[in-house]
Design a protein around this ligand. Structure first.
Ligand code: 3EB
Length: 361
């Protein structure tokens, strides 16, 4: 059975199927519940937005409390394949994989980690820092064991991301723990880092989910922005560990992962307090990184090819964000809009995107 044949998923037409046939699908929860069990068995992982769903045992599920804003009753994102999958777990990480790509998810409770006071490196040793480092260490240990050493794309969610605790904003604590784990496992924390996003939720545990592969991604930076891993010290004691975009080359397909993108030019937030202008600037950034990716991609993508997810800080800004986005770019697949806190308190909107292309096997 192929998802393209099914009326219950009109959006899948946007995603080509070839090679391992990896694809990203946003569908309603109602549609999900109508998918046959046999089809669900070739899904690598699901991320229902704002609510958990009953799924087959062992299917990785990262429930993230980013409520859907545009009236849909329930939305589930999933990573589907045409290949046989294996599943397993290691520590708190559950995963499914094909021969060439692995999806995993981990959720850790900060309450299970003690505060350690002032660490030798001068950064506060908080429960969030420790939980983040532990989560990434578990991920890297699993990836080493499974033979998928290269992170392609990582999604990070944590509650109260902009709150200050122990003298350091929680997003900045997260950055310390994340970078420490990359260093401990000798993974690229600057050039070559995976694409990523980091968003704040109203509640819930630290949640990290990811795609990993057997070959490194081609990391892509944005000429309009300072690389995040080179952000100056004023944004925190440790720089964020991500690339602006990552091009993954799989059998018969290329996938472009555009990291969470916001209204940042150079390293500075621009248009503070103006959500419409931030949305336009974000689209300019996405166009710039897409143009850069197109110089190395097998075939160029247009903005209309992007499958987008839009994080809006204030639900009341939805109409303005949507209006600006629709004026700036025409998408073949409508984006999903969710509420989330962006990782700088002056950022009001962030957009991530994924694009797929068929290549010769
Ligand atoms: C920025 O450009 C906005 O810490 O993983 C975007 C994408 C952002 C990823 C991350 C943060 C992250 O700095 C924030």
């Amino acid at each position: 059975m192929n998802i393209r044949d099914e009326a219950w998923c009109a959006q899948s037409a946007a995603a080509p199927v070839t090679g391992s046939g990896l694809r990203y699908v946003q569908m309603s929860l109602d549609d999900w519940h109508r998918t046959p069990a046999a089809w669900q068995s070739s899904v690598l992982g699901v991320t229902p937005l704002g609510q958990t769903v009953a799924t087959a045992p062992g299917l990785p599920q990262a429930m993230v409390q980013t409520p859907v804003l545009d009236g849909a009753t329930g939305v589930i994102e999933l990573w589907a394949t045409d290949s046989a999958v294996r599943q397993g777990s290691r520590g708190a990480v559950s995963f499914r994989r094909t021969d060439e790509v692995l999806f995993g998810a981990i959720q850790l409770r900060e309450a299970d980690f003690a505060a350690g006071g002032e660490a030798a490196d001068g950064c506060p040793d908080t429960p969030l820092r420790r939980a983040t480092e532990a989560a990434y260490r578990q991920v890297f240990a699993l990836l080493a064991e499974q033979g998928f050493p290269h992170l392609l794309r990582v999604w990070n969610y944590l509650p109260a991301i902009n709150a200050e605790a122990s003298g350091l904003e929680r997003y900045r604590q997260f950055n310390v723990g994340r970078q420490d784990a990359f260093l401990a496992f000798d993974r690229p924390h600057a050039q070559g880092a995976p694409a990523a996003c980091a968003l704040g939720t109203a509640a819930g545990d630290l949640t990290v989910y990811f795609l990993a592969g057997r070959v490194p991604v081609l990391a892509i930076e944005n000429p309009r922005q300072v690389s995040a891993y080179n952000y100056p010290h004023r944004y925190g004691p440790r720089a964020p560990t991500f690339s602006r975009a990552a091009l993954a080359r799989l059998a018969g397909q290329e996938i472009l992962f555009v990291s969470g993108t916001a209204s940042i030019v150079g390293h500075q937030t621009v248009h503070a307090g103006d959500v419409a202008a931030q949305t336009r600037e974000t689209v300019a950034n996405i166009r710039a990184v897409l143009a850069k990716a197109n110089r190395v991609a097998a075939q160029p993508w247009g903005v209309e090819d992007l499958l987008c997810k839009v994080y809006v800080r204030h639900p009341q800004d939805l109409a303005v964000v949507r209006r600006e986005l629709e004026a700036e770019m025409t998408l073949r697949v409508a984006p999903v809009y969710v509420q989330a806190d962006v990782c700088r308190d002056d950022l009001l909107v962030e957009i991530e995107a994924t694009a797929f292309a068929v290549t010769a096997v």
